[in-house]
Design a protein. Structure first.
Length: 346
C-alpha cells in the first residue's frame, strides 16, 4: 500500500483528495494535515466521512510527514511549499504540489504574477508539470510534481491538439472561462458569499488572472512559439465545474476534417479526455464529480475561426483527481485506479 499524507486536508481540494484516496485500492491516508483544525477529528470538519474516517487532524510538519509517507500531497496556498521543501524531504517521499509554486519555469514570471518571492528556485527545473496526457513519461520518473491549475488544465487540453499541429494562429487566441465558486477555495471572502454569487455572473481578474502565464507557457511548449493571449475568467453561481470556450483564426488551407482529426488523434488513447460527437457542446453537468474532461471543436467558416470547447470538474480533474492520476503514474499503477467514477447526475 502507498502511504499518503495530505497537507491542507481541510480545504476543498484536500477534502477531495481524501474522498478519492479512501476509494483507492492501493493507497491509505496516514496524515490529515491542517493548521486550522489540529487535534480535531477530520470528520468533525467534513461530516460526509462520519464513521468512515476516525483520524484527527495533524499539523504541517513536512519533514515528520515525509518519514511516515511514500507520497505527500500539498493542497496549500502559494508560497507555502516553496518555503519549506528541501532535499531531505524529497529523499524521503515523493511530493505532489497542488499550488502554483513549481508550475512556472521562469522565476521572475512567477514572482511577478503571484506577488511573492520564490524561496526554492533551485527545485523548479526538477519539477515536472503534471498534465498526464501530455507529460506522462516525465511524470513516471518524477519525485516532485507541479499539479496543474484548474483553468490551465481545461484550457490546455481544449486547445492542445490544434496548437500542437500548427493549425491555428496562436496570436489570435482568446480564452473565455467560467468556474463555480469552489475554485476560490474554502476561506471566507465577501465576493464569494451566497448573496453575492447567487443570481449573478461576473468577470474577474480581467487581463491579470495569475493562471494566464501558466496557460501561455504550456501552449508555447505545444505550439513551439511564444504565446501571448487574452484569458478572461468568470464566476458563476454553482459549486463545481469549469467551462472553456476559446477562439482563434485557423490557418489558411486548413479543413474542418483536419481540425476534427487533430482531436481524435490526440486523445484516441486517453481515458480521461472524451472527444464528443460532432455538434455536441461540452456541459459541466456531464463531468461533475469525475476526472473526465469533455472537449469538442466547431469550425466557423464564415469568420475563419475555430471554437474550441472544454468542460471539467475543477476540484477533481482540476486538482485532486489529477493529483491522484499523477500518483498512479509515479508508482507504476493503473493510471485510472481510484478515478473511474461515473459523473454525478443531477
Amino acid at each position: 500500500m502507498i502511504k499518503a499524507g495530505i497537507i491542507g486536508a481541510t480545504g476543498y481540494a484536500g477534502q477531495e483528495l481524501v474522498r478519492l484516496l479512501l476509494q483507492h485500492r492501493e493507497a491509505e491516508i496516514v496524515w490529515y494535515g491542517s493548521r486550522s483544525y489540529v487535534d480535531q477529528k477530520f470528520s468533525s470538519v467534513f461530516g460526509n466521512v462520519f464513521q468512515i474516517v476516525e483520524d484527527i487532524c495533524k499539523g504541517d510538519d513536512l519533514l515528520a510527514l515525509s518519514e511516515e509517507a511514500d507520497v505527500i500531497f500539498t493542497a496549500t496556498p502559494q508560497g507555502y511549499l516553496a518555503g519549506v521543501l528541501n532535499e531531505k524531504i524529497l529523499q524521503n517521499a515523493k511530493v505532489i504540489d497542488l499550488s502554483a509554486d513549481y508550475r512556472i519555469k521562469n522565476v521572475a514570471t512567477y514572482e511577478k504574477w503571484y506577488g511573492i518571492q520564490h524561496k526554492s528556485p533551485q527545485l523548479i527545473k526538477e519539477a515536472v508539470y503534471g498534465l498526464c496526457e501530455i507529460n506522462r513519461e516525465q511524470v513516471k520518473k518524477a519525485r516532485l510534481i507541479a499539479n496543474p491549475g484548474c483553468y490551465p488544465t481545461c484550457s490546455t487540453l481544449s486547445i492542445y491538439p490544434l496548437a500542437k499541429e500548427g493549425l491555428i494562429d496562436m496570436d489570435t487566441l482568446i480564452i473565455d472561462a467560467k468556474s463555480g465558486t469552489s475554485g476560490a477555495g474554502r476561506g471566507t471572502k465577501v465576493p464569494n458569499l451566497y448573496c453575492e454569487v447567487n443570481e449573478n455572473i461576473k468577470a474577474y481578474g480581467v487581463s491579470t488572472h495569475r493562471h494566464t502565464p501558466e496557460i501561455e507557457e504550456q501552449l508555447s511548449y505545444a505550439s513551439g512559439q511564444n504565446v501571448v493571449l487574452n484569458f478572461t475568467p468568470h464566476l458563476i453561481p454553482m459549486n463545481r465545474g469549469i467551462l472553456i470556450t476559446a477562439y482563434a483564426k485557423y490557418k489558411e488551407g486548413t479543413t474542418p476534417e483536419q481540425i476534427r482529426k487533430a482531436y481524435e488523434d490526440a486523445y484516441r488513447e486517453e481515458y480521461f479526455v472524451r472527444v464528443l460527437e460532432e455538434g455536441v457542446c461540452p456541459e459541466t453537468k456531464w463531468v461533475e464529480g469525475s476526472n473526465f474532461v469533455d472537449v469538442n471543436v466547431k469550425v466557423d467558416e464564415r469568420t475563419g475561426r475555430v471554437i474550441m470547447m472544454g468542460a471539467m470538474d475543477n476540484i477533481t480533474k482540476g486538482a485532486a483527481g489529477q493529483a491522484v492520476q499523477n500518483m498512479n503514474l509515479m508508482f507504476g499503477l493503473d493510471e485510472a485506479e481510484g478515478l473511474r467514477f461515473v459523473p454525478l447526475v443531477p
